[in-house]
Ligand binder design. Structure first.
Ligand SMILES: Nc1ncnc2c1ncn2[C@@H]1O[C@H](COP(=O)(O)OP(=O)(O)OP(=O)(O)O)[C@@H](O)[C@H]1O
Ligand SMILES: [Mg+2]
Length: 292
């Protein structure tokens, strides 16, 4: 990855010929790997909505589909399958070719998508996967990768190792939670630091399934976002090729805006103060939206 400012050596007094100090506005590159060992828990949904929510803050984002067996980001962002990774991998993988083959998402301003297509059944070796991720991070400041479930899939493994943050997605299904525990162990064995792993509980129904507090306790992780179950809204979003969270823009307690703030390490947008009756009415759902 190339940084525009040369890095001075540590433990040495500054000399007049040293480059100027990094400006306070310097923002390191960010790779969010969205992952979960169980199929269907909402990894692609979380990746698409996280990418769109980060872009809403004004930072351009590359949404990278690394689930080569079951790619979904093209559909989530309303882009036809052909093109993207399939074409890119037929050429040299460089910063320029990544920029060339990533396509702007029509319904999500600020998001470019590197799609994969289901028919290609691409598979990458470890070195190719590392090169792809490095080129993406060179081309974009912020990359959100939708990973496949198996940790030993080359693209997933490369993304998890390079990730600034790994968003581990579970739902309230016991299988999802138990396999997530095992996945955390495998990730630790593979040298992925645990403090980079952040929990997202998706498709949450208060009063059903495993409570969030029990999931947190079992996995030893605090949920950074709890996304309510809204089947119709998410089905419609996929149908329209536009992430669901965009329709929540400007609304208080938008969990995607909170998740974007978590990833960027910024303050989540403040929720407006509600009157007494509203607060009473919202008490049951507070657990769903009030975490961060
Ligand atoms: N918060 C939610 N509320 C309701 N439905 C949801 C929610 N999140 C995801 N879904 C739905 O659940 C299904 C699976 O979601 P998604 O494809 O994102 O999961 P996945 O983990 O990426 O699956 P795969 O393992 O196949 O890649 C989709 O139909 C999606 O619309
Ligand atoms: Mg998926």
């Amino acid at each position: 990855m190339s940084l525009s400012v040369p890095r001075p050596a540590f433990g040495r007094a500054a000399s007049p010929s040293d480059p100027p100090p990094v400006a306070p506005s310097f923002r390191p590159r960010l790779l969010c790997a969205v992952w979960g060992p169980k199929g269907g828990v909402g990894k692609s949904t979380v990746a698409a909505n996280l990418a769109a929510a980060i872009a809403r803050t004004g930072r351009p984002v590359l949404a990278l589909d690394l689930d080569l067996r079951a790619p979904a980001l093209g559909v989530h962002f309303g882009l036809a399958s052909p093109g993207g990774l399939a074409t890119l991998l037929g050429e040299a993988v460089t910063t320029d070719t990544v920029r060339h083959h990533a396509r702007p998402a029509p319904g999500a301003p600020g998001v470019h998508v590197l799609t994969a297509s289901p028919s290609d059944l691409l598979s990458l070796g470890a070195e190719e996967a590392d090169r792809l991720i490095a080129a993406c991070l060179d081309a974009w400041d912020v990359v959100v990768a939708d990973c496949a479930s198996p940790i030993d899939e080359a693209t997933t493994f490369a993304a998890l190792r390079a990730a600034t943050l790994v968003y581990l997605v579970v739902d309230q299904d016991r299988v999802a939670v138990e396999t997530a525990w095992e996945a955390l162990r495998l990730a630790a064995d593979a040298g992925i630091p645990r403090d980079r792993v952040r929990l997202v509980v998706n498709r949450y129904l208060p009063g059903y399934g495993i409570p969030v507090s029990a999931i947190e306790q079992y996995l030893g992780l605090r949920a950074r976002a709890v996304i309510p179950a809204q089947p119709l809204a998410y089905l419609r979003a996929v149908q329209e090729g536009k992430p669901c969270g965009l329709s929540l823009n400007g609304k208080p307690d938008n969990p995607w805006a909170r998740l974007a703030a978590d990833a960027l390490g910024t303050e989540a947008p403040a929720a407006p103060r509600h009157g007494f009756l509203t607060r009473l009415f919202r008490r049951r759902t507070r657990e769903v939206v009030g975490r961060g």
